[in-house]
Design a protein around this ligand. Structure first.
Ligand code: GLA
Length: 391
């Protein structure tokens, strides 16, 4: 009996404090986050509620998007007991009210904090308040926490993120834990047991390539940093090349299509970052392409990788369930690209010979992989197919 009590105690104390929540984020999380479009100044309760409404009315919820995430600038201070104080100018009814509203729509609620003393926008961070914050989030009904890395001088990432992971676990509510140290600690090497997703780069911005303000990265710049990280992605453990800029003003429609297609190929979290209330049709068609989303959400959880590179023309593959394979032809050049596809010669890993071909943007079947195919890809665009296994 004494032995049994001891075993129970050890099991309980280990499982009580030292793990992340399992069984969530088994496929890449899908949702929306306030930062990319509303940033600090324009985020508030009305915007968040309207975004939840739009997620339902556009049909995005039905296709799999579920999280509505408030990023930085919802918090303003701490009371004498250390409890976080909500910015009541922006969120007059508090976070529990907002969580309830979002849950009443059948959606989930996400929030943001920082491992340091202050967030990146200078609001209070969670350093020294991990337990009390995790407890508060659980009480409010938070389902997702993005945890940033500003103002962390002298802190060690694994230690700081593990502290919050354990605090969340102890708080007793399953919360997706999104690690945001921008990949500076080679985060993919350690984060799989700590969080459900982890950023791999500095911040994305709505431009095709290059950088803005020094360290904000265009989408091509980010894509090129993902190849090689595929071995770390698995169900419940995702590389995060940052939230989507699809539909934001700095990208054309075809650039947005490249962006979304590649995030699907990369098994990246699909956290939209545009104004869902005002989406032109061509943008909602991108965000709601069910064939592409099926590639992203494929239960094998394999991240795509590059198999062919001519410089400004690349081919990527993503292994899928039942031996299917997604193949994406990526034209980075600002002019049309003609290419003769000989399926056996483009270096596809695990290629067995006989597949039917489905074009995922045209939603059409093509010839089979037995025949060569001539393709023509418009400037800065993609041609993506699902090879359906017939071997
Ligand atoms: C950092 C993060 C962004 C965003 C801002 C908020 O830059 O990487 O995604 O959360 O902070 O201040």
């Amino acid at each position: 009996m004494k032995y049994l009590i001891f075993v129970l105690f050890v099991t309980f104390s280990l499982s009580g404090n030292c793990q992340k929540y399992g069984n969530i984020a088994k496929t890449p999380p899908m949702g929306w986050n306030s930062w990319n479009y509303f940033e600090c100044d324009n985020v508030n309760e009305d915007v968040i509620k309207e975004m939840a409404d739009a997620m339902v009315s556009t049909g995005m919820k039905d296709i799999g998007y579920e999280y509505i995430n408030v990023d930085d600038c919802w918090q303003i201070g701490r009371d004498s007991l250390g409890n976080i104080i909500v910015d009541s100018l922006k969120f007059p009814n508090g976070m529990k009210h907002l969580a309830d509203y979002i849950h009443s729509k059948g959606l989930k609620f996400g929030i943001y904090s920082d491992a340091g003393t202050h967030t990146c926008a200078g609001r209070p961070g969670s350093k020294g308040f991990e337990k009390i914050d995790a407890q508060t989030y659980a009480e409010w009904g938070v389902d997702y926490l993005k945890y940033d890395w500003c103002n962390t001088e002298g802190q060690e990432p694994i230690e700081s993120y593990t502290l919050m992971r354990d605090a969340l676990y102890e708080a007793g509510r399953p919360i997706v834990f999104s690690i945001c140290d921008w990949g500076i600690s080679e985060t993919w090497k350690w984060a799989g047991d700590v969080g459900h997703l982890w950023r791999t780069t500095y911040d994305i911005t709505d431009r095709w390539d290059g950088t803005r303000w020094g360290n904000q990265l265009g989408i091509v710049n980010i894509i090129e940093k993902q190849n090689g990280l595929e071995e770390y992605a698995k169900p419940g453990k995702w590389n995060d090349p940052d939230m989507l800029e699809v539909g934001n003003p700095g990208l054309t429609t075809n650039e947005s299509r490249v962006h979304f297609t590649m995030w699907c190929m990369l098994a990246a979290p699909l956290i939209t970052g545009n104004d869902l209330r005002n989406m032109p049709n061509e943008i909602s068609e991108i965000l709601m392409n069910s064939e592409l989303i099926a590639i992203n959400q494929d239960i094998l959880g394999k991240q795509g990788f590059k198999v062919y590179d001519e410089g400004n023309f690349e081919i990527w593959q993503k292994p899928l369930i039942n031996g299917d394979i997604a193949i994406c032809f990526l034209n980075l050049e600002n002019k049309e690209k003609q290419f003769q596809v000989n399926w056996k010669e483009i270096n596809i890993k695990g290629f067995k010979g006989q597949y039917a071909i489905k074009n995922l943007w045209e939603n059409k079947m093509k010839k089979s992989t037995n025949e060569e195919l001539s393709i023509s890809i418009p400037p800065r665009d993609v041609w993506i197919v699902r090879l359906i296994n017939q071997n």
